[in-house]
Design a protein around this ligand. Structure first.
Ligand SMILES: Cc1ncc(COP(=O)(O)O)c(C=O)c1O
Ligand SMILES: N[C@@H](CCCC[NH3+])C(=O)O
Length: 442
């Protein structure tokens, strides 16, 4: 790790301690303990504003940004997202509940998911959630039935499978022909015909999400071409004009200095241009462009702090074992994701470096956060900071091995506040029922 790679929101104080948005990592660890997820509010807002500015600069007249809350969600984040006046995309009753309880404006909530329960759809419709994205035929019936019961007409988009394979990890590729997400194209016409006869539904557009960690704008450009082929075909066959295309999220972010994040200005510019050009070509009214970025908003805002608790050497490796791991960041074990790290209390060290593997403390040999990285020689008690861990870490965390989920603290220009408390041992027991009689079903 080279210090010139230090993210812009980080600095180093006179004692060689890493600071995030002006707050010392040493103080954060001392006050809140580790593992600790530190979120930088300014960085979140900057990332959101990059998208907004990119749309404005590209001359887009009609766009909608829905933050993909699966990448990270808590009450404070709902507030921040709302302050920035963008929308939110949810994929379950749970995410929807968090948004609703935090008074997130319902007219800016999009509801996705590939097997929505009746109760979840009811929650959405009862609360006037703006749009439900339909993944499959069965959902049409459910949404229509529930809408009619509430005397409402629900705005829907159809999620289709565009048949695009965007060169990303197969676990996070979602738009290829055999995907489990969305309506396969051979079924689209019959589904659209059905919708016309359902008076609880208002078909407003089409949706596709090709996957996550997409590194090339070209995939979005191709996606728009595919979506327009469908729009034009539906206009011809069914005589309908749709006013919105939602192209999902997935804009790639770097989790280490060997990777590159997608240039948001460039990709949005290409998307807006492509829509402009193709609408003209087909003489199709320019649709609203919706996007659902998750990681590109939250990733760089997050840094996880760990304390080194054990150091050991094998014949070929040196391990530093930290007080967290796959239970708070499953991404290295699940996707072989690569991260970088700083020794937050040794930022001025320039000479005594060694190769070390950062291991987690779960009872799994695969619980390795970083396999071999050059760092200042580590000692017990050192504070390790892993940047770019805002996305899909806390939201995919677990209590595996009885570990407690970390606390989350928000920092902003020298200030800090706890926004999610660390779990307690009692949280682990909170759902268990110990005094219960046996029952026999009739
Ligand atoms: C439908 C949908 N929208 C948006 C996203 C957000 O993706 P990302 O966090 O990579 O931007 C996802 C996750 O891949 C998704 O499945
Ligand atoms: N959880 C994944 C992304 C999945 C996105 C949802 N379709 C990750 O960490 O990269």
């Amino acid at each position: 790790m080279h210090l010139q790679d230090l993210p812009e929101n980080m600095s180093i104080d006179e004692q060689g301690i890493l600071k995030i948005s002006g707050v010392s990592c040493f103080d954060l660890a001392k006050n809140y303990g580790t593992p600790l997820l530190v979120l930088d509010e300014i960085e979140i807002k900057n990332n959101i504003n990059k998208f907004k500015e990119a749309f404005f600069k590209s001359g887009s007249e009609s766009f909608f940004i829905a933050y993909a809350s699966k990448s990270f969600l808590n009450s404070e984040l709902c507030k921040i997202i709302n302050e920035e006046k963008i929308g939110i995309e949810v994929v379950s009753g749970g995410e929807l509940y968090i948004a609703l309880k935090n008074n997130f404006p319902v007219e800016k909530i999009y509801f996705n998911g590939n097997n929505k329960f009746n109760e979840e759809i009811e929650m959405a419709i009862k609360n006037d959630v703006s749009t439900i994205i339909v993944d499959n035929e069965e959902e049409l019936y459910k949404i229509n039935r529930i809408s009619k019961r509430f005397g409402k007409k629900t705005r829907i988009l159809l999620r289709i499978v565009p048949g695009i394979n965007p060169n990303t990890h197969k676990y996070i590729s979602t738009g290829q022909v055999d995907s489990k997400f969305g309506i396969h194209l051979e079924n689209l016409d019959s589904i659209v015909k059905k919708i016309k006869s359902f008076n609880g539904l208002e078909l407003c557009g089409i949706h596709a999400h090709i996957g996550s960690q997409i590194s090339e704008p070209m995939y979005y450009v191709n996606l728009i071409e595919t979506l327009f082929e469908l729009l034009v075909s539906l206009r011809k066959k069914e005589n309908i004009i749709l006013g919105e295309i939602d192209i999902g999220g997935g804009f790639g972010v770097a989790h280490s200095s060997n990777e590159q994040s997608m240039d948001i200005f460039d990709v949005i510019n290409k998307i807006v241009n492509q829509v402009e050009v193709i609408s003209k070509k087909h003489n199709y009214p320019k649709p609203k462009i919706s996007i659902e970025p998750g990681r590109s908003i939250i990733s760089t805002a997050g840094t996880t702090l760990y304390t080194v608790g054990a150091i050991k050497k094998s014949a070929s490796k040196k391990y530093a074992i930290v007080d967290g791991g796959m239970a708070d960041n499953i991404r290295p074990s699940l996707y072989n994701a690569k991260y970088q790290a700083y020794v937050a209390n040794k930022m001025k060290e320039t000479e005594d470096f060694e190769k070390v593997t950062i291991a987690g403390r779960a009872c799994e040999s695969g619980d390795i956060l970083i396999d071999e990285i050059f760092l200042p020689r580590l000692s017990i008690g050192d504070l390790l900071a892993i940047p770019f861990t805002g996305d899909y870490t806390y939201s995919m965390s677990s209590n595996y091995n009885g570990f407690l989920r970390p606390a989350i603290v928000l920092v902003n220009n020298g200030k800090n506040k706890l926004i999610t408390r660390r779990e307690t041992y009692d949280d682990l027991l909170s759902r268990d029922i110990t005094k219960n009689d046996w029952h026999i079903f009739d």
